[in-house]
Design a protein around this ligand. Sequence first.
Ligand SMILES: N[C@@H](CCC(=O)N[C@@H](CS)C(=O)NCC(=O)O)C(=O)O
Length: 227
Amino acid sequence: MVMKFYSHYLSSCSFRVRIALGLKGIHHEYVAVDMLNGQHLTDEFLKLSPLGMVPALVDGDIIIADSFAILMYLEEKYPQHPLLPNDLQKRALNYQAANIVSSNIQPLQNPRIQKYIGEISSPDKMLPWTQHHICKGFAALEKLLNNCAGKYATGDEISLADCFIAPQVDAARKRFKVDMRNFNCVQYMTVKNDYPVLSRLYEAYEELPAFKDAMPENQPDSPAVGI
Ligand SMILES: N[C@@H](CCC(=O)N[C@@H](CS)C(=O)NCC(=O)O)C(=O)O
């Protein structure tokens, strides 16, 4: 039975898994969840994902709805092209970088959070508020990776941290208009806003077929693809 992968083209959490599926060469069926029309909140989808969020993976009887859990599952089931280095320190760095993105950045840019911020303050506060939190997280990643990054986040092999960082930088640049080299948001910025390590990593990701194939604009449900 073919594994089903529930995704939305713009979802950076889905993007993480798309990169790993590509790197590991895992055959799967892409199932687009129409989040703009609320498909993620239907009873049917909530049976797969209790929080009503993408991504979700269904592999036979196994249902997983969380990108980190999915990535760990894929890593254990498909050891080819490992995402976790053998070196324990590097492995811990991978967990740390992944968690900065998944706990301290991405949740704060979620549509449901942005909508809420818009409601309790005003719609024009949504973008600067989100940019502020992205930039705080990026400043932390810069410090963390400054001495350990090679071609990729924790060395010269692509690994778990890259699966989290690549979609986050892509979303920051394209959806949230973060200028990676000279961001200037006077009202909200309290953190340094120049990200040389992340900018360099992003350039390396742009050369990777697994990253290019996983990009939002290349997904079957992207308006750019035209389904
Ligand atoms: N921890 C979850 C977070 C999933 C998540 O936040 N998904 C977003 C898209 S990237 C979502 O479905 N948001 C729906 C909403 O905000 O209503 C994961 O890593 O998969």
